[in-house]
Design a protein. Structure first.
Ligand code: 3PG
Length: 306
């Protein structure tokens, strides 16, 4: 049985060691493809793999066609919009994620971005504090919950909107639930995005929604670039010179944001919310354990395709 780690953006070496231990103790072989530059390298590497551990690597029909022995793909992380679930199902492959395993890392980065923005990107000029400000958590999943936990320590007034999360769960965490995304944006000084990229959410963060934010609003994106309507956000930031946008997922229009909104915009060069040794260990080892449980016991907990 061959387990392949295929990560264009590699895990910390200590996480790879942990995965190797899990895989080899189960009597399987581990193969490693890191920092690959061409899709052909991935197609070649998956040819004889029975199981695949990935991050944001794109696993489309072509990859499934090339992976003749593949039975399971585990996305070591939360979002699985990079995997073609229909193609997986039609090839008889089980797809899983590892929900929650990298959530704290992403939440901490959201605060790193927030502080950088309210301190004017460390340009030496007087900025503002987060304490006492209204924070809007857009989607109250694993990352959203960690953001709320940190925000409490910072002394923020915390609101959240999530159509799929019971209000009681938010209230139990000391978070004020609101009834719509519109209300969240209209209420909060800072909005932190934690929605997945789905057909429903793509382009949903648009001019009308963000324009509801109070003066000096700050939008923080550690979710996905696809949820932003970039054309509309560019237009809004032109119309509203008080707004700031900071993101961990470089927009398609990065150069335009950068040149037009200097001092109000920042993007990390490469998505690094989950780039910590801890998150890599948590998500990577969870992925390895899920693969072993799948083969040994037929366990399909965390399966995301039908
Ligand atoms: C996730 O969905 O888990 C995060 O976006 C992290 O993605 P990454 O593994 O590509 O860093």
């Amino acid at each position: 049985m061959k387990v392949l780690i295929a990560t264009e953006k590699p895990f910390a070496p200590i996480a790879v060691d942990g995965i190797r231990k899990e895989v080899e103790e189960a009597g399987y072989e581990l193969a490693l493809l890191e920092k690959y530059a061409e899709k052909s390298q991935l197609l070649e590497a998956v040819a004889d793999a029975d199981a695949l551990i990935i991050r944001s690597d794109v696993i489309d029909k072509e990859v499934f066609d090339a992976a003749k022995s593949l039975k399971i793909v585990v996305r070591a992380g939360a979002g699985y919009d990079n995997v073609d679930l229909e193609a997986a199902t039609s090839h008889g492959v089980c797809v899983m994620n590892t929900p929650g395993q990298n959530a704290n890392a992403v939440a901490e980065l959201a605060f790193g971005l927030m502080i950088m923005a309210v301190r004017n990107f460390y340009n030496g000029k007087s900025g503002s504090e987060l304490k006492g400000k209204k924070l809007g958590i857009h989607a109250y999943g694993n990352v959203g919950r960690n953001v709320a936990r940190i925000a409490k320590g910072v002394g923020m007034d915390i609101y959240a909107y999530d159509a799929y999360c019971p209000k009681a769960a938010m209230e139990a965490d000391g978070v004020k639930p609101v009834d719509s995304a519109e209300e969240l944006y209209a209420t909060c000084n800072v909005v932190s995005l934690h929605i997945p990229a789905t057909a429903e959410t793509k382009n949903s963060i648009n001019y009308d929604l963000v324009n509801r934010m109070p003066k000096n609003g700050l939008l923080v994106n550690t979710a996905r670039k696809e949820v932003i309507n970039e054309e509309e956000l560019l237009r809004l930031m032109e119309d509203r010179p008080d707004l700031k946008y900071v993101t961990d997922i470089m927009p398609a229009h990065h150069e335009e944001f950068l040149s037009r909104f200097a001092g109000r915009y920042f993007s990390t060069p490469k998505k690094m919310g989950a780039q910590t040794a801890e998150a890599n260990i948590n998500a990577g080892i969870a992925a390895a354990k899920q693969i072993v449980a799948f083969f040994k016991d037929g366990c399909e907990k965390f399966r995301v395709n039908k």
